[in-house]
Design a binder for this molecule. Structure first.
Ligand code: OGA
Ligand code: MN
Length: 295
C-alpha cells in the first residue's frame, strides 16, 4: 500500500488512505506522513480501530510522547486512562458520564475554546493524535484553523508589530474566559503562566504562523486590557471560515494535527446525555519558543 493524501480543507487538512495504523509502519510510510503533516498540518485517517497500545506505538514514530500530567484538575487516582493518553472524553473512571456541575466537566469545557495543545507548557506540543473510540449521535465536531494562512493574510504593518511579541499562556486564562476562576493553591502552582512567542517559524517549511490560544492572556510589556483586546482581534481574524476545516467524526477516525501551525476547538454536543470517548496522544515539542527566565 502507498500512502496517499487528498486535501479536504480550504487551504490545509488532508485525508490519508493506504495505511493501517494498527500495524507497525515502514520508514517510508512514516516519512510520507511527516511530509504530509508539514504540508497539510492536519491529517485524517478513517477506519483505524486502534487500541491504546497501537495508538501509542503509532505515535512513537513522531517523537517523545508528552505525559498527560500538569494539564488538568483530575487527580491521578481519578484517571480513566494510562498517563500516555490525555482523556478528552466526557467520562469518569468506570465510564460514567460526568454530572453537569462536576468541576472536572466544567474545566474540560475549556476545549470548546480555540487553542493549541500544551501552549501552557514551557515546551508546547508538536503533534496531537486524537482517536475517536465512541462518537455522539449529533454534534461534537472538531474545528481546525490554519495559523499559517492566517499569518499570511495579515497586513505588513501588523506583521511587523507582532514579529517579536511574547505572550503569557496559562490554563487559568482560558478557563477564566468561561467564568471558571476558582483554583486551589496546588492548581495555581501547576498552571503558572509560561511565555511563548506570538509568531513562530516552522522548522521544515520555513513558513511563519500565529501562535495563538485561548490560554494566552497577556503580552509582555503591554497593559492587560490592550493585550486581551488585541489577542481577541487576532483570534477573530485567524478563525474566519476561509481558514477553518471542520472535522465530522466517524467511529475509529484518527486525526493528527500540528499544534505549531494550527488551532482547534471541540464543538458542543449533549455531553451529559451521551458518551464521546476521545483519546489523545501528544508529541512533545523540541523546546521553548522563547528563552524562559530563570524561576
Ligand atoms: C484535544 C481537543 C477537541 C475535541 O484533543 O486536544 O482539544 O473535539 N479535542 O475533542
Ligand atoms: Mn486540544
Amino acid at each position: 500500500m502507498t500512502v496517499n493524501i487528498r486535501q479536504v480543507g480550504p487551504c490545509f487538512a488532508g485525508e490519508v488512505s493506504g495505511v493501517d495504523l494498527t500495524k507497525p509502519l515502514s520508514r517510508e510510510e512514516v516519512a510520507a506522513i511527516e511530509a504530509g503533516m508539514d504540508q497539510y498540518a492536519v491529517l485524517v485517517f478513517h477506519d483505524q480501530p486502534v487500541t491504546d497500545e497501537q495508538q501509542i506505538a503509532f505515535s512513537n514514530n513522531f517523537g517523545r510522547i508528552e505525559p498527560a500530567v500538569g494539564s488538568n484538575i483530575t487527580k491521578p487516582e481519578e484517571r480513566r486512562l494510562r498517563v500516555e493518553l490525555a482523556d478528552v472524553s466526557n467520562l469518569k473512571k468506570g465510564n460514567e458520564l460526568y454530572d453537569r456541575d462536576d468541576r472536572r466537566r466544567m474545566f474540560n469545557l475549556g476545549n470548546r475554546l480555540w487553542h493549541s495543545d500544551s501552549s501552557f507548557r514551557a515546551t508546547p506540543a508538536k503533534y496531537s493524535l486524537l482517536s475517536g473510540r465512541s462518537i455522539p449521535s449529533k454534534g461534537g465536531d472538531t474545528e481546525f484553523a490554519d495559523m499559517r494562512a492566517a499569518y499570511d493574510a495579515l497586513d505588513d504593518e501588523t506583521k511587523a508589530e507582532i514579529e517579536d511579541l511574547i505572550c503569557e499562556h496559562s490554563l487559568m486564562f482560558s478557563r477564566g474566559l468561561l467564568g471558571f476562576a476558582e483554583f486551589t493553591p496546588e492548581e495555581k502552582a501547576m498552571f503558572k503562566p509560561v511565555r511563548q512567542r506570538l509568531v513562530r517559524t516552522h522548522p521544515v517549511s520555513g513558513r511563519k504562523s500565529l501562535f495563538l490560544a485561548s490560554h494566552a492572556g497577556a503580552i509582555v510589556g503591554w497593559p492587560m486590557p490592550e493585550a486581551r483586546a488585541f489577542l481577541r482581534d487576532l483570534t477573530e481574524h485567524a478563525t474566519q471560515r476561509q481558514f477553518v476545516y471542520t472535522h465530522k467524526w466517524r467511529l475509529h477516525d484518527l486525526v493528527m494535527w500540528d499544534n505549531r501551525q494550527t488551532m482547534h476547538r471541540a464543538r458542543a454536543f449533549r455531553d451529559t446525555k451521551e458518551p464521546r470517548d476521545m483519546r489523545r496522544t501528544t508529541i512533545a515539542g523540541d523546546g521553548p519558543t522563547v528563552q524562559q527566565e530563570a524561576a
